[in-house]
Design a protein around this ligand. Structure first.
Ligand code: SAM
Length: 291
């Protein structure tokens, strides 16, 4: 396993975590308007696409199959960057996508500048401190061809604590864990509202135009209540596996396992009593100016 730099990442990178990322992909697309590439982005002219903080590459693999189905003959190039290669597919399964190590907080090599029609990012929420969002946006824009699109989906941590239906469950023990997960990351320098932070960073970049922030609430999808619960249960457990040890709340893996089980039981108990852990995702879209 190799890395391109020291990260602040709060999630593990083992096989179960890769399965979790793959499991949540379709759900996230459905919540964020139902289209892997936002409907405002014309698909026919996309010949070079980059996915930054790609994880397992699940988003770019989906994009490759969508674009190939539209026009199988068209030559296209696909790049997937991440600070760690721990979750990249095996080389035999990379399927023509170039997977490469890169820390998004660092400028990309010039060979990648002005190369891409679409640059995508999703879920750096547990990986960056507030000022680093601007650094990453400013490093992504040079990758775009003039007229190329930026699309970045991310999660607002505070929305999961503040959504109005959560008040009824304020005294449930699971809410302490929800707050702990947010507070530990915020205390480590993360913003409470990541999409808003990305939006402000994109607005302040003079090479980007048509910058918008679309906000999507899980509560607007009542048919997805059970999958929202599953999603939060898995994410909650994954984050706890590092947060409990990192904060010194537990000292050993064994204690960590017990504490996670206890906190998962609290969450499942609140689910039984009607709690649905709703929150919001935001998608920031922008376009590189044509000079
Ligand atoms: C929650 S995963 C999301 C993966 C993928 N975008 C998806 O939606 O399935 C976040 C990814 O960001 C990567 N990451 C964290 N800090 C990074 C950085 N500074 N530069 C590039 N990637 C980073 C992590 O290694 C991880 O693969």
């Amino acid at each position: 396993m190799a890395t391109a730099g020291q990260d602040n990442y709060f999630l593990p990178r083992h096989k179960d975590e890769s399965n979790r990322l793959n499991f949540q992909h379709k759900f996230l697309v459905d919540i964020c308007g139902g289209s892997t590439i936002h409907e405002s982005i014309p698909k026919d002219n996309l010949t070079a696409i980059a996915d930054v903080a790609t994880g397992t590459g699940v988003w770019i693999q989906d994009v490759k199959s969508i674009l190939t189905a539209r026009d199988p003959e068209k030559a296209r190039k696909y790049y997937a960057f991440d600070i760690s290669d721990a979750q990249f597919p095996d080389p035999a399964a990379q399927d023509g996508i170039v997977f490469a190590l890169h820390d998004g907080r660092q400028p990309f090599p010039e060979e990648f500048h002005n190369q891409f029609d679409l640059v995508h990012v999703r879920l750096l929420v547990s990986g960056l401190k507030t000022p680093e969002y601007k650094q990453v946006v400013d490093n992504l824009v040079p990758l775009l061809k003039p007229g190329g699109y930026l699309q970045w989906e991310d999660l607002s941590m505070e929305s999961f604590i503040n959504y109005e239906g959560a008040q009824e469950f304020a005294d449930h023990p699971c809410m302490d864990t929800m707050k702990l997960i947010c507070e530990v990351q915020i205390n480590a320098g993360a913003p409470a509202n990541v999409p808003q932070t990305i939006y402000e960073a994109a607005k302040s970049n003079s090479d980007l135009t048509d910058v918008v922030l679309n906000v999507y609430n899980t509560k607007d999808h009542p048919d997805k209540t059970e999958i929202v619960r599953q999603w939060i249960l898995k994410t909650f457990d994954s984050l706890l596996s590092s947060i409990l040890l990192r904060t010194g709340m537990v000292a050993t893996e064994e204690e960590c396992k017990k504490e996670r089980e206890k906190r998962k039981e609290h969450l499942l108990d609140s689910y039984q009593k009607g709690y649905v852990p709703h929150g919001s995702l935001g998608m920031v879209l922008g376009r590189k100016v044509q000079k």
